[in-house]
Design a binder for this molecule. Structure first.
Ligand code: THU
Length: 139
């Protein structure tokens, strides 16, 4: 059920970025994830002084949604207000997103400037060799 536009979802991602904890990179990221039931979960990046423990905004949103009982996501928007140009999700996040999103699910990302990139999960993670394995997962 889509009760939002991709630009509204992108606006929510921008709001989520305000909560980012990014004192090391000074690069805030916000993500807004629309579930198939119409609810929206947000996430921001949370860094750590042990840098490898940092979690990206996208995975933060996915994990919050899964912890709240959602497993099917219809769309995602990502905002990077500290860059003028759009910055797409990292490789690790693409893999995690593809676990819970259909190949044709839309993703919009943008920075502080006017340009937006619209892609699908399948375009962001092509030739997903583990896709069939996920199809058989039931737990
Ligand atoms: N970051 C995200 O939150 N999502 C991405 O897809 C790319 C990177 C965060 C991690 C780190 O806190 C900062 O951006 C710089 O890499």
């Amino acid at each position: 059920m889509n009760v939002y536009t991709m630009e509204e979802l992108f606006k929510k991602a921008g709001e989520a970025a305000r909560a980012a904890y990014a004192p090391y990179s000074k690069f805030r990221v916000g993500a807004a994830l629309a579930c198939e039931d119409g609810t929206i979960f947000s996430g921001c990046n949370v860094e750590n002084r042990s840098f490898g423990l940092t979690i990206c905004a996208e995975r933060n949103a996915v994990f919050q949604a899964v912890a709240a009982g959602r497993r099917r996501f219809a769309a995602l928007a990502i905002a990077t207000p500290d860059s003028a140009e759009p910055v797409g999700p990292c490789g690790a996040c693409r893999q995690v997103l593809s676990e819970f999103m259909a190949e044709d699910a839309p993703v919009r990302f943008g920075g502080s400037g006017p340009r937006r990139v619209d892609a699908t999960i399948g375009e962001l993670l092509p030739h997903d060799s583990l896709h069939d394995l996920a199809d058989s997962a039931s737990h």
